[in-house]
Design a protein. Structure first.
Length: 403
């Protein structure tokens, strides 16, 4: 009766079952996986945010498949403040980056076509691909004093049915940016094989280095390139057909507002055809609602205060994590360039899954094991850096006491 694409195994995994039991018992939990910015103690300008949604213009229905011009201009101004020129007519608004991915997948792929996705990376891609009848093939990211794309393996993964390469800039959870030399190689590969580059930049604004490239967070390296103060966006990439997406969820810490966007760039004929095709797809759904579109420029301006709070907390939490790691030589932190997460390398005494369950049942620590993100080997735990500082410090202390 049901489609094969939705024939998921819905049985809870061991860690989810252990978490449910832990919470049902009313036990203390240190959630080192925290990802919801609205629940970790950040301050928001409530009056401005709520007032922005009280716009009389929302009472009139003015459908635009790309999104209201005023809202798209707000996105263009966001890029302009970064020093990048993105035209409003090259932007399509979506309710989420997941929807933006769906638009791109439908524009590029026939059922059974393939896309390359990095590993490690965010586990959502598998569900998005399956729902859209797309096949994913992984290309590895390798770690050697920092993360980098394994291009020989990437090229081996390409088949006649490969339609594009997904990059996450910076990656979640590794926190590394696409370097200029890597982008050059990606452009060469995509242009030579009629493939598209698909860039997820939801964490773009959360670079850890300062404007002078100093390593503010211990073993944290700043991405090369950009305008000297901020890492470069792929939204202005012109060498290959490129789809770049982002949204309010991370940039302004407003995931509940359901506002994101997609930028198409690249050689003019390909860019033009891509926008025409995606406009028809967007017109079929018209998912964005008027109040949020009209408020989008205001919501984007809220990012400044939010991002300052985030980066202050991230810096302090990374400093605390490093301090504790120095006292326990058996564990270490991998380099971070951006984002809200850190990868902690731990001794491989059991599988990451077993370790995560033990941490929860014995210490009350909820942390994601590396295999959630397709790490190739055991010995990796992913911790969120946006937890309130005291909770983070105690959670890390409890976690590291296991080693």
């Amino acid at each position: 009766m049901f489609a094969e694409r939705t024939n998921w195994n819905l049985t809870p995994n061991r860690l989810s079952e252990a978490l449910a039991q832990h919470l049902a018992a009313g036990k203390r939990l240190y959630d080192l996986s925290a990802s919801n910015p609205t629940e970790v103690g950040f301050s928001y300008d409530r009056e401005t945010i709520l007032h922005a949604m009280c716009n009389e213009a929302a009472l009139t229905y003015v459908p635009d498949p790309q999104g209201l011009l005023r809202a798209r201009q707000g996105v263009a101004e966001y890029y302009a403040e970064r020093g990048d020129e993105v035209a409003a007519e090259d932007i399509i608004l979506t309710a989420s980056t997941s929807e933006a991915y769906s638009f791109v997948f439908h524009a590029l792929c026939n059922p059974g076509d393939e896309l390359l996705v990095p590993a490690p990376s965010y586990p959502l891609f598998g569900f998005l691909a399956g729902i859209n009848d797309v096949v994913l093939a992984h290309y590895p990211l390798i770690y050697d004093h920092g993360w980098q794309i394994d291009f020989p393996s990437l090229e081996k993964a390409i088949t006649p049915r490969t339609r594009g390469i997904i990059v996450v800039n910076p990656n979640n959870p590794t926190g590394h940016f696409v370097k200029p030399e890597e982008l050059s190689t990606l452009n060469e590969i995509c242009s030579a094989r009629d493939m598209a580059l698909i860039a997820d930049e939801v964490f773009l604004d959360f670079a850890h280095g300062d404007a002078n490239g100093r390593r503010e967070l211990g073993r944290v390296s700043r991405p090369r390139g950009g305008n000297g103060t901020k890492p470069p966006t792929l939204a202005t990439n012109s060498e290959a057909l490129t789809f770049t997406m982002s949204g309010l969820s991370k940039i302004s810490g407003l995931p509940q507002m359901k506002a994101a966007w997609l930028v198409a760039s690249g050689p003019e004929p390909l860019q033009k055809e891509a926008l025409e095709r995606i406009e028809v797809i967007a017109d079929t759904y018209l998912s964005m609602n008027a109040p949020i579109q009209l408020a989008l420029p205001v919501f984007l301006q809220q990012r400044h205060g939010f991002q300052k709070q985030v980066m202050t907390r991230v810096r302090r939490n990374v400093g605390e994590l490093d301090r504790q790691l120095m006292m326990r030589k058996t564990c270490s932190r991998l380099e971070i360039e951006g984002g809200w997460y850190a990868v902690v390398r731990v001794p491989v005494t059991r599988s990451d899954d077993d370790l995560a369950v033990d941490l929860l049942t014995k210490k009350g620590i909820y942390v994601h094991p590396g295999h959630f993100y397709d790490f190739a080997t055991d010995g990796h735990l992913i911790v969120s850096l946006i937890m309130p500082e005291r909770e983070f410090a105690e959670g890390c202390r409890q976690m590291l006491s296991m080693f």
